[in-house]
Ligand binder design. Structure first.
Ligand code: UTP
Length: 234
């Protein structure tokens, strides 16, 4: 099985400590014993801080995005460092480079690609391009809700949803001031157009991400209901 895993910067580099990179590295090495794996790392708080300073000092939004991309690639490099020999040693800068890197048989880790999107979209486009079997979005929220649960405590989590429902939910959430969806709108549209099996889950525990991915390959329908998260299937 080919798996594309998006790990939010808010998960991997919440406080920029070696432990979170090493914990993810251990889990990724386990997954890679069974599956081909490409990981896309987000920028987290550092990206936001750098972008805020750049914006305040006069950078336009595209320039800010390039700074964000740099930070996502720095996080990718830290994860490569934690993975050691198990990782492809460089961060691909586009989807074709990622495909080439994958033929090394190693875990491929990359960050952002072009301005105007987030790493959620990178992971979805990459999964479509590589014809991945599964996209996992490991984020700070434990699934997709009817509204942003941080703004609306009465929001309800979807256990499963179709890609079409995902697009609708994401659009409605993003339209509300201050609300943020766990999947960005472009990523949702990509997931819809290629009908990509996707899991959105809490990524704070790398072992949990490992368990979910390993469980998928066991193809056990009963077990599929066990974890916390949202499954998107067409
Ligand atoms: P992230 O994917 O980390 O964005 O990229 P995010 O929404 O802040 O994600 P979370 O909160 O960690 O889950 C950081 C920034 O890098 C730029 C964007 O400015 C984005 O906000 N970026 C990233 C791009 O412009 N293009 C890319 O392909 C990736």
């Amino acid at each position: 099985m080919l798996v594309v895993l998006s790990v939010g910067g808010s998960i991997l580099a919440k406080e920029l400590k070696p432990e979170s990179f090493l914990a993810y590295a251990d889990a990724l090495k386990e997954i890679s014993k069974e599956h081909d794996l490409v990981v896309v790392t987000g920028g987290g708080v550092a990206a936001r801080d750098y972008i805020n300073v750049a914006r305040s000092t006069g950078s336009n939004e595209v320039e800010c995005d390039y700074i964000g991309i740099d930070i996502t690639r720095l996080n990718a490099k830290l994860l490569i460092s934690a993975l050691g020999d198990a990782a492809y040693p460089r961060t691909p800068h586009d989807y074709i480079q990622a495909e080439d890197a994958l033929s090394s048989g190693k875990i491929v880790v990359m960050g952002g690609v072009i301005p105007g999107q987030t790493t959620d979209a990178v992971s979805a486009i990459l999964a479509e391009y590589l014809k991945a079997d599964l996209l996992v979005i490991a984020t700070a929220v434990d699934g997709v809700y009817t509204a942003d649960p941080r703004q609306h405590p009465d929001a309800v989590k979807y256990e499963t949803m179709t890609p079409k429902e995902l697009v609708k939910t994401v659009m409605v959430t993003e339209m509300k001031a201050g609300s943020k969806s766990p999947v960005d709108p472009l990523a949702a549209k990509i997931i819809e157009r290629c009908n990509l099996e996707t899991i959105v889950m809490d990524g704070s525990d790398a072992q949990n991400v490992l368990n979910v991915i390993m469980q998928e390959s066991e193809n056990n329908e009963d077990k599929k209901e066990v974890y916390l998260g949202t499954r998107i299937i067409g």
